[in-house]
Write a protein that binds this ligand. Structure first.
Ligand SMILES: O=C(O)C[C@@](O)(CF)CCOP(=O)(O)OP(=O)(O)O
Length: 324
């Protein structure tokens, strides 16, 4: 019983930044993302009689320890749902340069959820798949779909109403997403830890929650009306608010470096010249700059001129889970 799947990573425009339930990966607020065309994970899963334990190969290397344990725990979800006690061989290849500042957990768990459920004989619909992927990594719930996606936080304590749905397919609106690499060092505070500390200690966290709905409304409208200025303005504001919460945490922390801020200022300068571009930043120093395809070349050239910029990866909206 085998299946092979390709799932793409995504970039959040309205951030998932906090859980109300750690065990079930239930978020405090809805989030909105774009699934990207360029970076993806390909995963094959083979459930096999006779295996006495799960095996996990990542980029050709056998993985042991904590990472293997996470895969086993995740496969238990699938086994329980299918009521089958079979072990599996999981082989994943990440086409997500870790240096690119994208979390491969989103594409990784979306691909694993789809390949494992298919291989064990479950025919899940996209919402059911999103619910399973969410329990590997929250942002993976969004990579089930292509294009513009919203993850509804849900209200139920069992998480059965916390899954993503597609707002608009990738081919309905082309945007350029430039992933600007300023440094490739491992980030000190991983997003899981970062959001946990913020929820538990940040004096700005309630303000984040109090203003998230207006951001979601504006982002939905911006996408549906293909209004780039509206979407860009709100995604940049939302990223800044997310990072403001980390400054008011205890202990405080900041993902940015001087290079991060230099890129932010260059984006602002481009806008003042009438070249619409907006930035968003996740749990690290690298910056994602979003512009319209007509401005992609000039924006890329201007950012490349900054000494602090090491590399720029250009992406566009991409597809959801693909069964190979
Ligand atoms: O992607 C976003 O909405 C915003 C972030 O990237 C950070 F800026 C959070 C991603 O968190 P994730 O890695 O999914 O956490 P997990 O559920 O603890 O695995």
């Amino acid at each position: 019983m085998q299946a092979k799947v390709k799932a793409h990573t995504n970039i959040a425009l309205i951030k998932y930044w906090g859980k109300r339930n750690e065990q079930l990966f239930l978020p405090t607020n809805n989030s909105i993302s774009i699934t990207l065309d360029r970076f993806y994970t390909t995963t094959s899963v083979t459930f096999q009689e006779g295996l006495t334990a799960d095996q996990f190969m990542l980029d050709g290397k056998e993985i042991q320890g904590m990472e293997l344990q996470k895969i086993k725990t995740f496969l238990d979800l699938i086994r329980n749902k299918a009521n089958k006690q079979l072990f599996a061989i999981v082989e994943s290849v990440n086409n997500v340069p870790t240096a690119a500042g994208f979390a491969s957990s989103a594409s990784g768990y979306a691909a694993l959820a789809a390949a494992a459920s298919k291989a064990i004989g479950l025919n899940l619909n996209e919402e059911e798949l999103s619910i399973i992927a969410r329990q590997g990594s929250g942002s993976a719930s969004r990579s089930v779909y292509g294009g513009y996606v919203e993850w509804q936080k849900g209200e139920k304590e069992d998480g059965t109403d916390s899954y993503a749905t597609q707002i608009m397919p990738a081919d309905k609106w082309d945007l350029s997403i430039l992933s600007v690499m300023v440094e490739a060092k491992e980030k000190k505070v991983l997003s899981r830890e970062g959001m946990k500390r913020t929820v538990n200690t940040s004096s700005f966290y309630q303000a984040w929650l109090d203003t998230i709905d207006e951001d979601l409304i504006a982002a939905r409208q911006g996408i549906k009306n293909r209004d780039f200025e509206l979407l860009g303005t709100v995604l940049e504001r939302n990223a800044l608010k997310m990072h403001a919460t980390t400054l008011a945490s205890n202990p405080p922390f900041l993902y940015w470096t001087g290079a991060t801020v230099d890129v932010m200022h260059e984006v602002e300068a481009l806008r003042e010249e009438g070249i619409l571009s907006y930035f968003t930043i996740d749990a690290g120093p690298n910056v994602k700059v979003i512009c319209q395809p007509k401005d992609e070349t000039i924006v890329k050239e201007r950012l490349e001129q900054l000494n602090c910029v090491q590399q720029i990866f250009v992406c566009h909206p991409g597809p959801g889970v693909e069964y190979l």
